[in-house]
Design a binder for this molecule. Structure first.
Ligand code: FAD
Ligand code: SF4
Length: 484
């Protein structure tokens, strides 16, 4: 009988999860659970409107419902070359808008994608991309994160020779160095990045553009360049005491952890911030043995980054299960030092003041100073763009938004002919699936720019906005209306 209740996703025991980085919070669906959950979908495809990558969600859920996960993976690959990664950590705005939200719960779209992708150790047995001959064009990709990898995949399968330049010793961008291994296991990264590279992508690791090779050289020796350098320059608060040795930016903390370093964080860890990065830092600190992991956020719970959305709720639920403490509406104003180490954080409680226009603003109430012990402080206070790797002659021509992001046309091309850009460096969403969307668009743009459209296999070009135009606000509006 058809059930309208969403099939429950079991959570692994938080105590066991905290013993290391190997246990994922969500357990895999069994075959029967996956089929039962997928069978609830009515195939209306309303959800695609809020999927930045315009996936055929109704189509691939249906394949799972009829017991054909290989077809599910094939459909996802139309626009996205890493379904097992996205099946774990996507912001899954599609679920916020699912028409079944109030009828037993939204379809577990993300979890079903993971289920299907995890069925296959090697996609070459199910994705039948014919080997294309070299079409005579070369593209350089700067940065091997999700945007760069996506463009590399879709260009390579069209016979374009792609070379990725990555400054770090590993590919993946923040999928590798930001998102911790308990949320995104290394073998999943290896499987999916390995499959992308198997399409003939050349990779130069430990190669920083602007230092080990010049940007100008890439512009002169390739037919086009895709710039997917992310938004990676740490923004520190400058709070007095932040020069202490036990104060770090979250991206540095998580990067060191992702490369296997075990960091001594002591007993009490204070994290400043409120988004993905703060949550991942706090949960990583607990796995390093912290007894108390506090997230200090200057606004209210409902103002936190990513909220309102199911993703933000789920992220907090998992952090709560693991014992993270949230401290809302606070402004840290001094890291108290002993020698060169912070031992405590002084802070004020904020009042949220609204002037009737826009968001309420946090205003510190300075009458009452509070203090909390801290053995380690992690600043998860965002990152900035950094284009210092470009020579002045290019910087002058690169048109930027007031927020400092390159302005791109609908094909992903910047104001410099032949230079394309996408991912966190360019879009405001700053999540994986939006980076994929940018790369899909830029792939199409690059193929057009290189006059390759008459040589491509049309069935393997990413399909951007295939039904309705993607609406970044659709899911947010649907979710906030429901929760109000
Ligand atoms: C801690 C954390 C958790 C997150 N969690 C999630 C999540 O759960 N879900 C989600 O959807 N998103 C999440 N995000 C956001 C997501 O990871 C990013 O939106 C995404 O990785 C952006 O992709 P990108 O390819 O644009 O850039 P990045 O992933 O930042 O990759 C850019 C790459 O370029 C390289 N690079 C930079 N400059 C140079 C240079 N000069 N030369 C050579 N290489 C260079 C960098 O080393 C890096 O590898 C998270 C981010 C962080 C930090
Ligand atoms: S909105 Fe929900 S029911 Fe409709 S196709 Fe998407 S997942 Fe299925």
């Amino acid at each position: 009988m058809l059930s309208f209740e969403r099939v429950k996703i079991d959570h692994a025991d938080p105590k066991k999860r905290l013993q290391g980085f190997t246990i994922e919070p969500l357990e895999e669906y069994s075959d029967s659970s996956a089929v039962a959950e997928a069978s609830r979908c009515i195939g209306c495809n309303i959800c695609t409107q809020s999927c930045p990558a315009s996936l055929d969600i109704g189509g691939y859920i249906k394949s799972t419902a009829v017991g054909d996960p290989a077809q599910t993976v094939r459909i996802v690959f139309e626009n996205l070359p890493f379904p097992a990664i996205i099946g774990r950590v996507c912001t899954h705005m599609c679920e916020d808008i699912c028409v079944l939200y109030d009828t037993g719960g939204p379809i577990a779209i993300r979890h079903l994608k993971r289920y299907a992708a995890d069925k296959f150790d090697d996609y070459s047995s199910i994705i039948n991309v014919p080997k294309k001959k070299f079409v005579g064009k070369r593209v350089a990709v700067i940065g091997g994160g999700p945007a760069g990898l996506t463009a590399a995949y879709y260009l390579s399968i069209q016979g374009v020779k792609v070379t990725i330049y990555e400054k770090l010793p590993a590919l993946g961008g923040f999928m590798k160095t930001g998102i911790p291994r308990y949320r995104l296991p290394q073998d999943v990264l290896d499987k999916e990045i390995g499959y992308i590279l198997s399409q003939g992508v050349e990779v130069h690791l430990n190669t920083k553009v602007g230092k080990d090779i010049s940007f100008k050289e890439l512009m002169n020796s390739y037919d086009a360049v895709f710039m997917s350098v992310g938004n990676q320059k740490p923004r520190m608060t400058g709070t007095p005491g932040s020069d202490a040795e036990n104060v770090v930016h979250a991206t540095e903390f998580l990067r060191r952890s992702s490369f296997g370093e075990r960091i001594d964080v002591g007993k009490n860890v204070v994290i400043i911030g409120g988004g993905f990065t703060a949550n991942d830092s706090s949960r990583t600190a607990l796995r390093f043995g912290a007894k108390n992991s506090y997230i200090f956020y200057r606004r209210r719970e409902i103002d936190r980054p990513g909220y309102p959305s199911m993703n933000a709720e789920e992220e907090m639920e998992e952090a709560d299960e693991e014992g993270v403490h949230y401290v809302w509406e606070v402004t840290p104003f001094e890291y108290v030092k002993k020698g060169n180490r912070v031992v405590a954080v002084k802070y004020w409680q904020n009042d949220m003041v609204s002037d009737g226009k826009g968001r309420a603003k946090p205003v510190p109430n300075k009458d009452k100073v509070q203090i909390i012990d801290a053995d380690y402080v992690i600043e998860a206070t965002g990152q900035e763009n950094d284009y210092t790797f470009m020579e002045e002659e290019y910087l002058r021509k690169l048109r930027l938004t007031p927020q400092g992001q390159p302005i791109v046309n609908p094909n992903g091309m910047t104001s410099i002919p032949g230079l394309f850009s996408g991912g966190d460096s360019t879009n405001g969403n700053r999540d994986l699936i939006s980076a994929v969307r940018d790369a899909d668009q830029a792939t199409l743009g690059i193929l057009q720019y290189l006059n390759l459209m008459d040589k491509v296999s049309e069935e393997f070009i990413p399909l951007v906005d295939r039904w309705k135009k993607y609406s970044p606000m659709a899911a947010k509006i649907a979710y906030s209306e429901r929760s109000s």
